[in-house]
Design a protein around this ligand. Structure first.
Ligand SMILES: *Cc1c(COP(=O)(O)O)cnc(C)c1O
Length: 354
């Protein structure tokens, strides 16, 4: 891949690494490439970060033909920069794109583009504890077309943001509201795809939860509103009597890479993992009788966010006295240890950018 690089002549002042927040700052550059059926992917370029011109009738704006990914680059103690399982993001984007009738970005091309843009903005990868560089690849139909058939022109872009902790509360447990009115996904729908439309449709649940003093929503299945699926933009994992449970990824749950990594680690530790459906009444009852010992939401942005309380239809259960669970803490330390290059990467998950 031949990438044309146009460097900015007006580099930004870098933010204070101790007050990065999440997604507040964007780096100096972005990656772009275009697709059409004649040329396939072409015009690979890294240019100064800035607006992307678009026709007002662009399909992405009207009909939400858009997919995205999220991964991070981490600064190791020796100063080198590594990605975490970027091939998994590439493969997931292929699945998302298939569902949304968008062309594939080959895995190698995706990983090479990510490495190239991170390399150009390498100075932006922070080194303070808890920080990383969030990488946001995304793709959309740039074609103008109100009639909507067979779009053929697409744009793939990558932007970067140095980030601190996702939740203002840090690694402290959060309260979650179980959503019993709205749904996020149904079988045959787009729940497994990482696409903007899923978020647009789910925003109302998140807004409702926040209004009532909860930091996240827990979605139930779309057909019966009975089985536990996932949290807002994170998968949901919990332990009952020493066994770890999470919803199976059967079309309605986003197959999280953090989820997959955590299940791998738990199995490696000899912990029983059950990727099975759980109905919300049983889960709440397990909270009341104390067998629900640990719960957390997980995703690239926050890694692991312990859940201290669940509220379902006004019935609130507290989990582990609103303290982070013992294995939850151990998982967080181990997984982030691998990501930051402080713990041996025995699974071969980390990839240096050069
Ligand atoms: C991205 C995402 C996740 C978490 O996936 P990771 O690969 O672990 O970051 C979970 N649920 C939804 C809806 C998501 O969009």
């Amino acid at each position: 891949m031949n990438i044309k690089i146009e460097r900015t002549t007006t580099p930004k002042t870098k933010p204070d690494q101790k007050a990065l927040g999440f997604g507040k700052y964007l780096t100096d550059h972005m990656f772009l490439m275009d697709y059409n059926p004649e040329q396939g992917w072409h015009d690979f370029r890294i240019v100064p970060y800035g607006p992307i011109p678009m026709e007002p009738d662009a399909v992405a704006l009207h009909y939400a033909q858009e997919t995205f990914e999220g991964l991070k680059a981490y600064r190791y103690p020796d100063g080198s920069v590594h990605l975490f399982r970027p091939d998994m993001n590439a493969k997931r984007l292929i699945n998302s794109n298939k569902r949304l009738c968008m062309p594939e970005v080959p895995v190698d091309l995706f990983v090479e583009a990510v490495k190239a843009i991170v390399k150009v903005d390498e100075d932006w990868v922070p080194s303070e504890p808890g920080t990383s560089l969030y990488i946001r690849p995304f793709m959309f139909t740039s074609e103008g077309q109100i009639a909507l058939h067979n779009c053929s022109r697409f744009t793939f872009a990558i932007i970067l943001s140095p980030v601190g902790a996702y939740f203002a509360e840090g690694i402290n447990p959060v309260k979650i509201l179980v959503e019993d009115e709205y749904v996020r996904a149904v079988k045959g729908g787009t729940g497994f795809a990482k696409c903007g439309g899923n978020y647009a449709g789910a925003m109302i649940g998140q807004e409702k939860a926040e209004k009532l003093g909860y930091s996240q929503v827990l979605w139930l299945d779309g057909a019966e509103r009975k089985y536990v699926e996932e949290a807002g933009g994170m998968n949901f994992v919990y332990s009952i009597n020493g066994e770890f449970w999470t919803a199976p990824t059967e079309g309605t749950v986003l197959p999280g890479i953090t989820r997959d990594s955590i299940l791998h680690i738990l199995r490696d530790w000899g912990v029983t993992v059950r990727e099975e459906r759980m109905d919300i009444d049983t889960l709440i009852a397990s909270g009341h009788d104390g067998s629900l010992k640990e719960a957390f939401a997980c995703g690239t942005a926050a890694v692991i966010s312990p859940v201290g309380a669940l509220n379902y239809k006004g019935d609130e259960v507290t989990i582990n006295d609103f303290q982070i669970g013992q294995l939850t803490q151990k998982l967080y330390d181990y997984l982030t240890g691998i990501q930051w290059g402080k713990v041996e990467d025995k699974f071969g998950w980390t990839v240096p950018i050069d």
